[in-house]
Design a binder for this molecule. Structure first.
Ligand code: DCP
Ligand code: MG
Ligand code: MN
Length: 355
């Protein structure tokens, strides 16, 4: 199996062993017992070897390493990868890669790893892989989670959530951002921006979030919580300011909003906690789209400022390699239009932010 053969990183041949292991797994899955055994034996030899092997000649002198494997070992050491493995894994036109990438939360490296291990279908993964909770949800509800949400359903989902929010704290405001705010006919998920007058930190909104998640879960509306990523999409650490999960619109609500052939589906839903003092900057970020965000941030940096989801800052101190030393002085956070003004950009309605 993969686990027992994983080399500790202190082993001088750890990287080589790791790649040979992927090859061995690959041949195991394709039922190539002869190659699987040959690779396994070579791995065992390398694990016991106290020094780093860098050439084919050195490798060939080891027990259980033939000339072809010796050449492969040299290739791994000099290129840090094995061509043969890459060909099997990361052909971007590969329909299997495409399939695996559609699983919620699965990126290129996970998808190609599974392919190199010989998995070809979602059922293969369910049967043989130790999946994370997110991955299991992504596969278990693959079809639903890859179906776009019609605009009318986003509206009905938002109305349902707002009714509960009203009971928890009528002063809290919920706005649907993302592609919905840009006027899209259909969305990949629902992005709720949650705020309240007078708040200056997202922790002010955490009790509300906890309560609404509890109630919506008890009501059967929220059907799964997804593990949060450690980093935001822009690379910033987000702490407890986000909640990711799945929801289902009750069938009666769906029929009322979308007609009698409404079919309840699992939908991706995000809650983003934003203090009032940062609302404008957060609106820009969570309205997007991502390309628009990149260009407006670049523009800010060209003007010596920095825009992120918390605000527009000036006098950001940077050390070597442009590494940020201080956040700088907040210029504006609250007001979306003012941020545009200060940047000297003509106001763009959300529907014109597709880029
Ligand atoms: N965002 C970003 N950069 C990313 C991802 C997201 O700036 N790499 C911002 C802009 C997005 C917003 O967050 O509009 C919400 O992210 P989504 O992934 O939900 O994207 P959209 O709502 O725009 O599209 P979709 O309809 O696919 O949900
Ligand atoms: Mg979205
Ligand atoms: Mn989202």
């Amino acid at each position: 199996g993969t686990k027992d053969a994983t080399a500790s990183s202190t082993n001088p041949n750890a990287r080589t062993i790791e790649i040979l292991q992927s090859m061995s797994d690959y041949y195991g899955r394709t039922n190539d017992h002869w190659r699987t055994t040959a690779y396994r034996k070579a791995i065992t030899t390398l694990k016991r070897h106290p020094t780093r092997i860098t050439t084919a000649k050195e490798a060939y002198l080891l027990p259980n390493v033939g000339p072809r494997l010796a050449a492969k070992i040299e290739e791994i050491v000099t290129t840090n990868k094995l061509q043969r493995l890459n060909e099997a894994n990361s052909d971007p036109t590969s329909p299997i890669l495409e399939l695996f990438l559609k699983i919620y939360g699965v990126g290129i490296s996970q998808a190609s790893k599974w392919i190199s291990q010989g998995y070809r279908t979602l059922d293969d993964l369910l049967a043989h892989v130790n999946l994370s909770t997110n991955q299991r949800i992504g596969i278990g509800h693959f079809e639903d989670l890859n179906t776009r949400i019609p605009r009318a359903e986003v509206g009905a989902l938002a109305a349902y959530v707002r009714r509960t929010a009203q009971q928890v704290d009528p002063a809290v405001e919920l706005l649907v951002g993302g592609s919905y705010r840009r006027g899209a006919d259909s969305s990949g998920d629902i992005d709720f921006i949650v705020t309240k007058k007078g708040t200056t930190s997202e922790t002010d909104l955490v009790p509300f979030l906890d309560e609404i998640v509890t109630r919506l879960t008890e009501a059967g509306f929220l059907v799964a919580a997804l593990a949060a990523h450690k980093q935001g999409k822009g690379g910033e650490v987000l702490g407890g300011s986000k909640w990711h999960g799945c929801c289902v619109l009750p069938v009666e609500e769906g029929r009322a909003a979308l007609g009698d052939d409404f079919k309840p589906r699992w939908r991706r839903i995000d809650f983003l906690l934003v203090p009032e003092s940062q609302y404008g900057a957060a609106l820009i970020y969570f309205t997007g789209n991502d390309i628009f965000n990149r260009s407006i941030r670049l523009l800010a940096s060209k003007k010596g400022m920095r825009l992120n989801q918390r605000g527009l800052f000036k006098d950001v101190m940077r050390g070597p390699n442009r590494v940020k030393v201080t956040e700088g002085e907040l210029v504006e956070g609250r007001d979306e239009k003012k941020i545009f003004e200060i940047l000297g950009v003509k106001w763009r309605e959300p529907k014109d932010r597709w880029c």
